[in-house]
Design a protein around this ligand. Sequence first.
Ligand code: GLU
Length: 519
Amino acid sequence: MNDDGRGLEREHRLFRALAGGESTLSSAELLGALKRSGLESKDPRLAGLTGALEAASSPGLSFDTFRRLARPTLSLVERAARGELVVPDFESLRDQMETEVEAVRSDQRGEVATYIPQLARVPPDRWGASLCTVDGQRVDLGDFGDDFCVQSAMKPLNYALALEEMGETRVHGHVGREPSGQGFSEITLNHAGRPHNPMINAGAIMVCSLIRGDRPLADRFDHVLAYWRKACGQEVGFDNSVFLSERETADRNFALGYFMQEHRAFPEGTDLLETLEFYFMCCSIATTTRDMSLLAATFASGGLHPLTGEVLFSPHTVRDVLSMMSSCGMYDFSGEFAFTVGLPAKSGVSGVVMTVVPNVLGMVTWSPRLDAYGNSTRGLELCRRLVETYNFHVYDNLGVTDKVDPRSEPHARRVVDVSALLWAAAAGDVPALRRLAARHGALAAADYDGRTALHLAAAEGHPLAVEFLIERGVPLFPKDRWGGTPLDDARRHGHADIVRRLEDASDEIVDATSSGALT
Ligand code: GLU
């Protein structure tokens, strides 16, 4: 078959799958399938197709019409229809997000930032959350369309721009990459007389000095804004009142600037006052959670924009940015955040939190009430809740979790994992069992014959694997289709140590139950 023939066959297969065997495909059905997959009809990659579908005079598309419309975007439609986008079961993720965002809404802890009147006046109850995957699957909840100023959440993008333009060595000749261990606006420099990192104020002011320092201020700001717009769309704006009042009340930032100037930390020829203005301007960039989630998703995909496919940053730059966000992105709470949530994130005093799950998705939340560290209370709580459900913590894959992996399709996941699980148990491969537990958690799963990992580990005589499974709380007496339990297997194959261990474990359960410890 030549290429054309193969292409036709592929289009036929997709059409049959979408139309459920009918000779025509209803456009509502196709739009519904795309929506369920998390793609939006206004997604620029699908615009030709969805525009034509919405305008189609007849509700049923013939194969030829479908083919003509879908061709420019066939592989995306195919991946969406076959559940091959990065989060195949996007509806579950969306439902979970909806539930968590609603649950967090009642959290009224914290205070709105008051250091400038423009922030003090923002209604404290606003709450928006948006998520976008690296494949452009999106969910927007609450006040996702409200504008807020990005404040310190501008720091990752500026740092990325400086890295792209000047390279890591030059950038880090002027700014370190260690957490400072002190407040984000503390007047302190590292042992080399440089600001500690690009995520605190001194470091971010330094980064500003590195972005096109030889050009007029207006051009430098246009350049930064153009990047925001490439990432987040043309709606990204500038809040002039925030800028003016930032400049009015910036004694500390001026102090930081002069302190660094005294230490000759800036590049030769830096105009300090202009650099500070540039910094305040960048803090005053205004956007929404919906738009900014595209920047977060761009970071998640190593610099590739999820909708336009444009390369905004190199993967190396993004690696540096995410590393810095992981260690220094959440003010003085960064260590705690890295420990409990385990994801790169950056917050700003307007109440925004941008969080990145590398290779999967970016999330942006906005809620003006802040905790004592300056982080949005609801934003933090949502992050905590999501990593309780999903295995997003960077170290969840070490086998310390029973959480859900939204990256794989539930049924396929089950088949692959049950067989992988049983093979690992039969081989006594505890590290593999641990990894599987981390990915999907289903250690008690059985195959078609009702055989579980514990049956196999007991039958093949692997005491360490048996121990691991017992510790992880799998049922001790599951019956296979012939009525056999793991204990029967251990007896039949003469593994006395395992027989003893299983008997002890069941005694422990009886004891604990009768003493009330397990009730
Ligand atoms: N414009 C603020 C300042 O420099 C940014 C504060 C922040 O979001 O951390 O003080």
